[in-house]
Design a protein around this ligand. Structure first.
Ligand code: ADP
Ligand code: ZN
Length: 651
């Protein structure tokens, strides 16, 4: 970038967000940036070491500390915003790399970065990781031993820390406020910011009071982070924290490395065991709806020799924590859990997530599958689906009332729209988060992988169906419409005299199952909508175009279920160069290192990093630095041990 361009950028930043004033306050003047007036007047004394230098430094830290070559989507934008002193909201999916967005600025800014998070295990993990990376960080919450607490307080007072993690309860305590009063806080990072919103799925009243804490440190730039994307929650966060409306970054929710499948729940135990056998050495999570379900499944699998442990709120605390710990440390392969499991676990090598029962809603489903494949390598998510489960959920919903019942119905409808989808699963899934998935095929879901990728022209059946919806007065559900189309003599059809309609019996050429398939596609493509409470269908404006012959409908008719996965497995590009034996060996070495320093294995290096080593076989320190996830610090700490192992193998 030329200095003119830099000047232009600065001018833009100044006019758009008055940031130069803020920059100077947080010490950006170190970077030969001229005063506001100079920039505005075009007398820019700006050399290429303004914003660009900052980003270059950030990129340097990304490589040297974390060992990554490039930022993930929006990380750079958020980091720029924070360094520029502009408050912002960052919405990124789980695994999207939110923590780096405040960790890297924390290392660059003078003063303390205060990180608020409700997840104690996650804070502990992150501090361990940062300390491993040589970054001064500490945590304060009610669960740490008194000596550690005192030591951490000392470090804060002596200004030794870059990052301090606190729970909201701790932060709100008067003695904490007193402790922080004289400390220059340069950044306030609010993780899991959706907890501030009553519309979110995890509202925490303490979070409401963070607005006040924030107002007490006006010099600090505020970055709020969340993986919850609905607009309502986003607005709530911005309003509560007083963030400027425009400054939000919303990353795509598409996790490309997740293979998404929905499988009929005919033989759940068999499907579960098949899945476990396909991943004999890899960690996985199985979610069940109830505690008793967890216990039963765990017993079944355990008695068949699988390495499983249960996790639910009914277990004694000690046992529950121990099971989680064993899972995190790769000492038990699979955890069988209720939804309570996984919040705040940063285990990046989870290779599969199985939903044994229907998830409560798309939001929790998305969060739960989000715990798979956080290292970016392929991971598989399987949902066992049955109408029996749907029935159970309906039954529960019927016991609710008013708004709550309505909301639950809408959530179930969204879940069904995903589970019954005939098109790419990513369309309804991302659609729920307000994102349009524009590619026709993701090639990472069961529907896209199904052999007959060619969609056929289903305009005629579509017209028949829509026209029958119209003719019956838009006051009926799918089943009734199909009966009319197929010329049924059912009571209800006769009672409404629907046997007299012109559409009566015009659909005998397709089976009931095929008509259901047509109906679902019409709903997904928005040609008709369904009332979530009573199930009545209504033709949309777009549907009218189909009826008038102005739009062609492409879709699928009749599919068989399971064959596609096998087909995929046979054609899948195997990571041919991966030396499996070496990979396992490297994992053993890592486990030893982890046990020796009493940390979870992924804190040392991720599976992805080990897989790259086992593929590219780096034999020198130089070559090692090119491996994803190896920065100079990790190289110094562990390089020689892994190099030795690789050299040994090559010999
Ligand atoms: P989130 O908090 O959004 O769920 P994390 O911050 O825990 O995500 O990051 C998820 C994983 O991605 C971590 O293992 C992290 O080290 C890794 N990661 C973060 N940034 C990058 C990057 N730029 N390149 C590669 N991996 C990254
Ligand atoms: Zn797909």
């Amino acid at each position: 970038m030329s200095s003119e361009e830099v000047a232009f950028l600065c001018r833009y930043l100044v006019t758009s967000g008055n940031i130069v004033g803020r920059i100077e306050m947080i010490g950006w003047s170190r970077y030969t940036l001229a005063t506001t007036a100079d920039v505005m007047e075009g007398k820019e004394h700006i050399h290429d070491n303004g914003i660009l230098a900052m980003i270059e430094r950030a990129r340097g830290i990304l490589k040297s500390v974390y060992g990554y070559d490039a930022f993930l989507p929006l990380q750079q934008e958020v980091i720029e915003s924070v360094l520029g002193g502009r408050d912002c909201l960052a919405v990124m999916p789980t695994g999207g790399g939110k923590s780096l967005c405040y960790q890297i600025p924390a290392m660059m800014l003078e003063g303390l970065t205060l990180v608020v998070s409700p997840l104690i295990a996650l804070m502990r993990d992150q501090v361990t990781q940062l300390t491993q990376h040589g970054v001064p960080a500490a945590v304060l919450n009610s669960s740490i031993p008194p000596e550690t607490y005192r030591r951490n307080v000392d470090s804060i007072q002596q200004g030794k820390l870059d990052l301090l993690y606190v729970s909201p309860e701790t932060l709100l305590k008067p003695q904490m406020q007193a402790l922080l009063a004289p400390v220059p806080v340069s950044c306030l990072a609010i993780d899991e910011a959706h907890c501030i919103s009553e519309w979110g799925h995890d509202f925490r009243p303490e979070y409401r009071q963070l607005a006040e804490v924030r107002s007490q440190m006006p010099q600090a730039v505020c970055v709020a982070l969340t993986a919850t994307a609905t607009q309502r929650v986003r607005n709530d966060i911005k309003r509560s924290l007083g963030l400027e409306d425009s400054n939000e970054f919303v990353a795509s929710f598409n996790r490309k490395n997740l293979l998404i499948r929905v499988v009929p729940k005919d033989k759940p135990l068999q499907v579960t065991m098949d899945l476990l056998r396909r991943y004999p050495n890899d960690p996985g999570i199985i979610y069940c709806a109830t505690r008793s379900h967890v216990d039963e499944l765990c017993a079944e699998l355990g008695s068949r020799g699988f390495s499983v442990a249960p996790y639910h709120a009914g277990l004694p605390d000690g046992e529950r924590d121990r099971n989680q710990d064993r899972f995190v440390r790769d000492q038990v392969q699979v955890i069988v859990a209720t939804i309570a499991f996984g919040m705040g676990i940063d285990k990046s090598n989870v290779r599969f997530v199985l939903h044994h029962d229907l998830p409560r809603n798309i939001e929790s489903y998305y969060q739960e599958i989000g715990r798979a494949g956080r290292d970016g390598m392929e991971a598989e998510c399987v949902l066992l689906f049955s109408y029996g489960d749907v029935h159970k959920v309906r039954h529960l919903i019927a016991q609710k009332e008013g708004m709550e019942q309505r909301a639950a119905n809408l959530q179930l409808a969204a879940m069904l729209s995903f589970a019954e989808s005939e098109v790419c699963r990513r369309i309804p899934l991302l659609g729920y988060f307000g994102e349009t998935f524009s590619e026709a095929h993701c090639s990472m879901c069961d529907n896209c992988l199904a052999g007959n990728l060619e969609l056929s022209d289903i305009t005629i059946p579509a017209q028949k169906f829509l026209s029958c919806v119209k003719r019956t007065g838009e006051g009926f559900g799918i089943r009734h419409i199909i009966e009319v189309l197929r010329g049924s003599r059912a009571q209800k059809v006769l009672r409404f005299r629907h046997d007299k309609l012109s559409t009566y019996g015009i659909g005998r050429d397709l089976s009931q199952k095929q008509w259901r398939q047509v109906a679902r596609q019409l709903l997904h493509k928005g040609f008709m909508v369904q009332d979530p409470e009573v199930g009545f269908l209504t033709v949309t404006a777009q549907g009218w175009n189909v009826l008038r012959g102005m739009e062609t409908v492409f879709g699928r008719l009749d599919i068989d279920d399971e064959s596609e996965i096998e087909a995929r497995e046979n054609t899948q590009d195997q990571p041919s160069a991966l030396h499996k034996e070496l990979f396992e060996e490297l994992r053993n070495v890592r486990r030893e290192l982890a046990d020796a320093s009493n940390v979870p294995p992924y804190v040392i290096l991720s599976d992805k990093t080990l897989a790259e080593m086992a593929t590219h076989l780096p034999r020198t320190r130089e070559a090692m630095l090119h491996i994803h996830g190896v920065g100079s610090i990790k190289l110094d700490q562990y390089g020689s041990v892994f190099l030795e192992c690789i050299n040994e193998y090559c010999r």
